[in-house]
Design a protein around this ligand. Structure first.
Ligand SMILES: Cc1cc2nc3c(=O)[nH]c(=O)nc-3n(C[C@H](O)[C@H](O)[C@H](O)COP(=O)(O)OP(=O)(O)OC[C@H]3O[C@@H](n4cnc5c(N)ncnc54)[C@H](O)[C@@H]3O)c2cc1C
Length: 426
């Protein structure tokens, strides 16, 4: 597979989402000097959500985005609204105790609730639909669903023929359905939330890259044209942060995922493919994820790779993947394709903590961030307010740097991915 660096500008990537955005943000570039309560780096879900939570509490907030609001993963993702924070919290019992485990399970549900309530409270138009299916390709997947269903009463197990009522494909052995997870238009959610933050008093600046941070009890950030001092700094640049914060750079690995969007499908094509308007993931490590858009396109995503690069023939590869699941779509016209960077943490749970002085950070959602970013934003706002209970639980999870350092971590990760692909095959 030939890989290349995707062409990026400081405007939104050419995705279905950008083409159907409800409005084009046009916040000014930051210039001059400012003092504020909290300055946030990054205008994706993490940064915007933290801004909304802080403004609701009455803080003065400045948000700096290098490109456009939701330019990164938040404006490019699969739009799947899924609970949980990633890795099962039970794996961290030794460092966070049973109360911590319970708190993380609760946060996993709360992320979805925040999205649901915020959309309703502020009337954000982002095509929210409820319903989610996970589809199994191996007996191991099906056994796992049975175990999960014993713990989670919201999981409705589906055998092969029941799953066909949702997903009309020969590929899967069975699956499960959850009515309290769903899907939405992520770019419209994020720009809608930015508007909420602005209306609540946040000052938002786009095309304003933070180039330098000074740490301490009154941290400061520097852009090309200005300087902002604050009581707190919250770092939310995730996979696009580069080396601005070396501690984070060592702990999160930018990985690429790609999505294609077909032309709007006919009723016949929908009946032969995704019959119910639900979000779908399969259970492999390098998974396929897909759903219908509001105008009935198939948005089909996958092809995760740890090079941070994009295959040069994304459309051909993704079309073949989609046709394997839904042969009826083999010749559907592909009208959009795009990719984005997700930030993968070694322990597959968000990386949250505090650097020197009042500098807080979050990132590393490992491909599962639409709902988790919302609860993490709330937890960061609680920490700024002085209520550190949930922040301390999250930051007690130790996040080791990726093995191999800057030079070898990608090959190490690619080898790991190959191992999991083999497990998925057999
Ligand atoms: C293709 C793809 C599909 C995905 N599908 C799903 C899905 O279906 N469901 C799900 O739950 N999750 C999914 N994810 C993951 C999810 O999108 C992310 O976890 C989430 O959006 C992360 O939000 P964020 O705000 O932390 O980061 P981002 O949205 O990446 O935002 C970071 C922002 O910070 C800005 N920035 C960086 N450095 C600076 C700086 N120095 N100064 C100023 N600004 C800066 C960037 O420009 C960017 O806009 C997917 C990710 C990708 C890439």
């Amino acid at each position: 597979m030939l890989l290349k660096k995707p062409i990026e500008t400081s405007e939104h990537t050419e995705s279905y989402y950008a083409a159907s955005a409800s409005w084009q943000t046009g916040y000014p570039e930051f210039e001059g000097e400012l003092n504020t309560d909290v300055v946030i780096i990054g205008g994706g879900f993490s940064g915007v959500s933290t801004a909304v939570e802080l403004c609701e509490k009455g803080y003065k907030v400045v948000l700096l985005e290098a490109n456009r609001i939701s330019w990164g993963a938040s404006g490019r993702n699969g739009g799947q609204l899924i609970g949980g924070l990633g890795q099962s919290p039970d794996s961290f019992k030794r460092s966070i105790g049973l109360d911590g485990v319970e708190a993380i399970y609760q946060m996993g549900d709360e992320g979805v609730d925040i999205v649901k309530e915020r959309i309703k409270k502020y009337g954000i138009d982002c095509d929210l639909k409820w319903g989610y299916c996970e589809a199994g390709l191996t007996p191991r997947h099906i056994r796992a669903y049975k175990e999960w269903a014993e713990e989670d009463e919201d999981i409705q197990l589906l055998d092969k023929s029941q799953l066909r009522e949702f997903i009309n494909s020969d590929l899967y052995l069975g699956g499960y359905y959850k009515s309290n997870w769903g899907h939405l238009h992520p770019l419209n959610l994020c720009i809608g939330e930015a508007k909420v933050a602005e209306n609540l008093g946040a000052r938002i600046f786009e095309q304003s890259t933070v180039k330098k941070i000074t740490y301490g009890n009154n941290p400061a950030v520097y852009t090309d044209k200005g300087l902002i001092r604050a009581n707190y700094l919250v770092v939310c640049g995730n996979a696009y942060l580069g080396n601005l914060v070396p501690h984070l750079d060592a702990r999160i690995l930018p990985a690429t995922s790609c999505i294609i969007a077909t032309e709007p499908l006919t009723d016949e094509q929908i009946d032969q493919s995704l019959r119910k308007d639900v979000a779908v993931c399969d259970s492999r490590t390098a998974l396929d994820y897909y759903r219908l858009s509001a105008d009935k396109r198939m948005l089909f995503g996958g092809l995760a790779n740890y090079t941070g690069l994009e295959p040069s023939n994304v459309v051909a590869i993704m079309r073949a993947k989609m046709a394997k699941v839904f042969p009826v779509l083999a010749n559907a016209r592909i009208e959009y394709k795009w990719s984005g960077l997700m930030a993968v943490a070694f322990r597959r749970i968000p990386v949250m903590g505090q650097l020197r002085g009042n500098v807080l950070y979050v990132g590393g959602y490992s491909g599962h961030g639409v709902a988790p970013t919302h609860i993490m934003g709330r937890v960061l706002a609680e920490a700024v307010e002085g209520n550190r209970e949930r922040f301390d639980i999250m930051s007690k999870i130790s996040h080791v740097p990726w093995p191999g350092g800057k030079l070898l971590r990608r090959p190490v990760m690619a080898a790991g991915m190959m191992f999991y692909k083999l497990i998925d095959m057999f």
